[in-house]
Design a protein around this ligand. Structure first.
Ligand code: AMP
Ligand code: MG
Length: 399
């Protein structure tokens, strides 16, 4: 293959937001499948989930104690506690079927339905048993009654389509009454590392070589993003080898590559897509991660990430993950404990350490310092040309 002369009739230096939107637009719609709820963790709801029942399903007690009429227990003189006759018991799963009359109460336990004639609870800690009666050290309170449907009512549209199913949401889907849930199909993403110097961990390493951290890091991020990963391994810096590797990604929804997209003579990924595929953009106004490239190879979308380990993982985190999941990047606002410099024409994602509710500069910000991502735990977003002074509020993305 001859060295291609790149033609540059494609956008260059796009913004992070543009890059994200352009990638999302190239991805095929994920389709829907139904999975058992205990397989649904980490998936994305494909349709809204209504409540099939109300929760609580009856008006019930939040405490162990007695249920009675509040009016029977207020206004008792100090030192002369209310005295109520115990006429029955309501347990979770075995309600009291009778009616509690004036001057009476029923023992009740957490989650048990409130008997007819009662509207308040006095907790067991405030009761003194006295034969068939109980003495109340304080008035019974309606605050400890959970109203029927207080959490949700049958028919309520409780969970929206597009919701990421984390552990609390799996619990909520179960409480709504769903044994199976409609979720988006997992996307199938092919993953390829490039570079003559890149070596599989565990193999001997010569001077000038580097272990393939990108493929492992990116595979982990893809799995965190709910994708099935098709491992294409590693290709050397040769157009023919890259060509052959890309052909093996057939059937995937997306190909993610690392390395070979910057300005070097041996950056063949870039040349291959310019020459024989399509390029949607090259270079994003961000650091780390600037040289990223989006394109296509026949029908297959391809995102070419830079080889530098920090760059590839940061581009994945702030561009590829949100495009794949449809979930926005979660940023929080924290006080900067140190200044963070701005770049005139790029959004910076500096590694930051969160400590005592503030975020400070990790220090070594080179895109080859992979430790920084592991040690720092957060990315501080510094918009183009807007330096951050100590004491300013900054937007921070957790890794
Ligand atoms: P490149 O983008 O191909 O010019 O590579 C930039 C830097 O990233 C070089 O120092 C490479 O050795 C390094 N690099 C490339 N691929 C990987 C990889 N898979 N794992 C770790 N480092 C890599
Ligand atoms: Mg390379």
């Amino acid at each position: 293959m001859t060295a291609p002369t790149p033609t540059r009739d494609f956008p260059m230096h796009v913004s992070v937001e543009e890059a994200r939107a352009m990638l999302a637009a190239l991805l095929p719609a994920p389709g829907t499948e139904t999975v058992a709820l205990d397989r649904a963790l980490g998936r994305t709801l494909a349709a809204p989930l209504p409540a099939l029942v109300s929760h609580p399903s009856a008006t019930e007690s939040a405490l162990d104690g007695i249920a009675c009429s509040e009016a029977d227990t207020v206004g008792a003189a100090p030192g002369a506690p209310a005295r109520l006759r115990v006429v029955g018991e309501s347990r979770a799963g075995a309600p009291f079927t009778g009616t509690v009359g004036p001057g009476e109460c029923a023992r009740i336990y957490t989650g048990a339905p409130m008997p007819a004639g009662t509207d308040a609870i006095c907790p067991v800690e405030e009761l003194v048993d006295d034969g068939p009666d109980v003495l109340l050290r304080r008035a019974a309170s309606p605050a400890d009654v959970r109203p029927e449907g207080g959490d949700f009512r049958a028919g309520d549209p409780v969970m929206a389509a597009g919701l990421h199913l984390n552990a609390p949401r799996v619990a909520l889907a179960a409480a709504l009454g769903h044994r199976d849930v409609p979720v988006r199909r997992r996307r199938r993403v092919a993953l390829l590392s490039t570079g003559d110097e890149v070596v599989e961990p565990g193999e001997p390493l010569s001077a000038g070589q580097v272990y393939d951290s990108n493929r492992y890091g990116l595979a982990a991020m893809l799995r965190e993003s709910g994708c099935d990963v098709l491992m294409l391994g590693h290709a050397p810096d040769s157009p023919d080898a890259l060509h052959a590797a890309i052909e093996r990604a057939g059937g995937a929804d997306l190909l993610v590559t690392s390395g070979g997209v910057s300005m070097g003579k041996y950056d063949f990924m870039r040349d291959l897509l310019i020459e024989h595929g399509r390029v949607a953009f090259w270079k994003v106004r961000m650091r780390p991660g600037g040289p990223a490239l989006l394109g296509g190879w026949q029908g297959l979308p391809v995102i070419g990430l830079p080889g530098n380990p920090v760059s590839s993982l940061v581009v994945f985190h702030v561009i590829v993950r949100p495009a794949l999941t449809g979930q926005p990047v979660q940023a929080l606002t924290l006080r900067a404990a140190t200044p963070f410099r701005a770049l005139p024409d790029k959004t910076a994602f500096w590694r930051g350490v969160i400590d005592g509710g503030q975020v400070r500069d990790y220090g070594k910000q080179g895109s080859g310092i992979l430790r920084s991502l592991s040690d720092a735990g957060a990315l501080v977003i510094v918009p183009e040309g807007q330096p951050v002074a100590a004491g300013d509020d900054v937007q921070v993305v957790l890794l």
